[in-house]
Design a binder for this molecule. Sequence first.
Ligand code: SF4
Length: 235
Amino acid sequence: MNQTQKKVLRIIEDLKEHLSYLKLFGFQEIPVEIPSLENFKNDVSKKPLTNMSLTLSEIKEELGDCRRCKLFSTRTHIVFGVGNKNADIVFVGEGPGQEEDKQGVPFVGMAGQKLTDIIEKGMGLKRSDVYICNIVKCRPPNNRDPEKDEIDACSSFLEKQIKAINPKVIVALGKPASSTLLGRNVAITRERGTWHSFQGYQVMLTFHPAYLLRFYTEENRRLVWEDMKKALSAI
Ligand code: SF4
């Protein structure tokens, strides 16, 4: 039984005890305020309901000193993810680069600085407001794209992270992240700026910040800003 299940069990036991106590004092029923139920419905309407998801620390614990795929042999650090555990937006990239591998933190190299600029200067949020992670948690050698067997071994942890955070929007950065979340080959230049769904979560596709560094044109900047405005409108 995980920590969340234990907490729910404790709450049920406390509630049972409290109800028995009220019964002793002659209570036959408990009034329920219908408006509070309405508020509850409104509050959760934008987020998919998660069922008994693990916490981020439990997921990290489960990942442990992972050797589920060949990337373990060349990594320095596992790069799990960083940010607000209750974030409305989760950014998903493809895998850690050299600097990320060294520090154990995602998006801290040059592409990371670009992503931080997009979040802070463009979207007007703080980097610590959002959550940032990758499809695979260990660096693919020479920054190559993650391979299918590596994605298959690692992606269940990404799914668990998303369920734990329960965001309103996922932003998929680049083709490998978009293709993994959508379960098909995504043509990112054609499909960026469009909405999709991953297990009930809204997904906005956009370019990877490394692509922006390589092709830093006014047009590409404008396109990414259009995509981020859409993501912002959903939160
Ligand atoms: S990439 Fe993922 S599955 Fe592969 S070793 Fe690293 S943490 Fe484990």
